[in-house]
Design a protein around this ligand. Sequence first.
Ligand code: OOG
Ligand code: NI
Length: 464
Amino acid sequence: MPESKFASADSLRAAFSAAMSDMYRTEVPAYGTLIRLVEAVNAETLAGDPDLARRLAATDSLDRISAERHGAIRLGTAAELKMMRRVFAVMGMYPVGYYDLSAAGVPVHSTAFRPVGDGPLKRNPFRVFTSLLRLELIADEDLRAQAAEILDARDIFTPGARDLVEKAERDGGLSPEDGVRFVEEVLETFRWHDKAVVDTAMYDRLHAAHRLIADIVSFRGPHINHLTPRTLDIDKVQDRMPAEGINPKAVVEGPPTRRCPILLRQTSFKALEEPVGFVGADGAWEEGSHTARFGEIEQRGVALTPKGRALYDDLLTRARAKVRPAADGSNADAYRAALAEAFTPFPDDWNDIRRAGLGYFAYSLTEKGQRTGVKNGDIETALEAGLVQFDPIVYEDFLPVSAAGIFQSNLGDGAAQEFVAGPNQRRFENDLGAPVLDEFAHYAEIEAASVRDCLQAAGVAAAE
Ligand code: OOG
Ligand code: NI
């Protein structure tokens, strides 16, 4: 079959993301409320800032501004992670970054499956933050063995999904008809199950070991635990959640409110307690509940260099040493103030950030640069002469401290736990069956390519 007969990976990802959004809105009505609030605030923000509206219209598609940017799942075994990598690859989503959450008391490590490159990100930015349980962090050996046995007995993928992944790998793509089936089959893996595969006694033991372990081990599949649209004003959405009847987590994760946004800010409404049937005697279901699913929002800024990231980490640590945000929100104002104060050393002007080597930027020729070309190959001189301009490169990845904050606020205040384990990227990549892409190297290459393009295009223009 010629390549043009295949559904594009971007279109499959777009269809998958839309199907997930529909399913999640139906399953979790509070999420539908959040989406409506985000849409309202985005519309207000655009109406109040025509300049922003113009810039966004040039780079994004405005009608999809509130579409989901990411979701998250938690897997139980290496085999599940490996297969998930193959599933996501069909939709043009590749593992980027390694996140060790054990440092923050969560017994998982993670990557984000995401589109790589400007074109695919623009066509559909959907990514899935994917965590793998670190069973070795369960201290109770007997429980660890039982949990492993329960996990080994399940298959989270439908036979149809497995067949279509093999077909896509064999043929190099899927026909549009197969693509439709593929999305339907894959969606099943992310569906909520209100019947557990364990009895209450086992659930309670898993839960006592860690609430997340119960969430991963007790069900037939890794239900999507949240979806995350993009907001243009995260502080406003956070403030307005209570009036809409949804309960926000105590504080917005990430950097403080700034003129020049950096990295990623996120917040969520707290996970809902939902009814679940546990395996009872004689085939009966015992009524109980489980708390896992929530809704989140995000606002992204410039990707930071290792130097910028080190400064960010240092300032965040300082703020948190001063005020540790409590899950009940009792010191939220004090935390916000400490955060804002801690970040004063971080420049809040694009050119200062750029010149200090703290962020990644994409360079392009100005109109004048296109006319006259760049005479010498120095980008700084060309900038000063108004031949070249720069734009921040958006951070497309995640932050371990923020992720831990999102996990924790949905696990309850008492859930923090100490684990004596370091990061283990090699083990993770082994389980994944592939290396993860280094996000810093990736952003550095985007920046370098933009410089090359400028100078080359300029060379061509000058020679004409
Ligand atoms: C994932 C939490 C991390 C984010 O946005 O940082 C995450 C989870 O709760 O499974 O999604
Ligand atoms: Ni998230």
